[in-house]
Structure formats: structure tokens, C-alpha cells
Design a protein around this ligand. Structure first.
Ligand SMILES: N[C@@H](CCC(=O)N[C@@H](CS)C(=O)NCC(=O)O)C(=O)O
Length: 115
């Protein structure tokens, strides 16, 4: 997604031990990935939340419909059940999930402060 947006980022692939370290638990209470660290230092986990936030921060990329539009409703329809599934893509078999990237991402500058 960050490639599509076209912003610089740093990807850290994490081993299981690194995910369960105190340092990473401070980023994600369950020691999971993905986690994104934005340029202002804020952390965000849950892949659906990360994707929606990145899309909102970069409206110029045209990756998400406007808030309140019928099309935006479809984003929630497909994203929220995925976020609450016990395993990624349980709700959409056959689709690969960004949640399965064994990674922490840093960067992803935000430009939209209007939300
Ligand atoms: N609902 C979460 C799922 C995150 C998740 O389950 N990540 C897996 C990798 S696919 C993980 O970190 N597993 C390690 C663990 O649970 O200890 C999301 O979409 O971000």
C-alpha cells in the first residue's frame, strides 16, 4: 500500500522472538504484526485500521472513497469483519491479508490533517 501511495518507508521483518520482546510488546500488546510507526512517532496496529488511516492520510493517492459515501461503506463492510476474524482472511477465503506480513513499518508520512 505504501508503494502505491508512493511515500518512503522502512520495513522491519521480525522474528517470533522479536515480536514477543518487551520492546515490541510496547508497540503491540499482543506482540503481533503488522504495526506502523508514523513519522510523528504514533503507533498503529491492526491491518485494516492501518490501511484505512494511510488511505485517509494520503487522499491524493485515491485509494479510498470519501467519508459518508456508499462506496466508503463498502470499505467498512469488507475491512471490519476481517479485523475481528480470529485468523486473517477467515472472512474472505482466498484473499491474502496484509496482516501476514511479518513486519513492522516505519515512516508513511501523513499529509491530510483535516480529518
Ligand atoms: N487482526 C490482526 C491480526 C494480526 C496477526 O494475527 N498477525 C500475525 C501474523 S499474520 C501475528 O503477528 N502472529 C504472531 C502471534 O500472534 O504471536 C491484523 O489484521 O493486524
Amino acid at each position: 500500500m505504501l508503494e502505491e501511495i508512493g511515500v518512503p518507508y522502512e520495513l522491519t521483518v521480525m522474528t517470533r522472538d522479536e515480536r514477543k520482546s518487551a520492546e515490541h510488546i510496547s508497540r503491540h500488546p499482543l506482540g503481533r504484526v503488522p504495526v506502523i510507526e508514523l513519522d510523528d512517532g504514533r503507533l498503529l496496529f491492526e491491518s485494516a485500521a492501518i490501511c484505512i488511516q494511510l488511505a485517509d492520510l494520503h487522499p491524493e493517492a485515491g485509494l479510498i472513497p470519501p467519508v459518508g459515501s456508499p462506496e466508503r461503506g463498502l470499505v467498512y463492510q469488507w475491512s471490519l469483519p476481517e479485523a475481528s476474524a480470529s485468523t486473517p482472511s477467515e472472512t474472505s477465503p482466498g484473499l491474502s491479508s496484509p496482516a501476514c506480513l511479518p513486519a513492522r513499518v516505519r515512516g508513511a508520512r501523513g499529509t491530510n490533517n483535516s480529518a
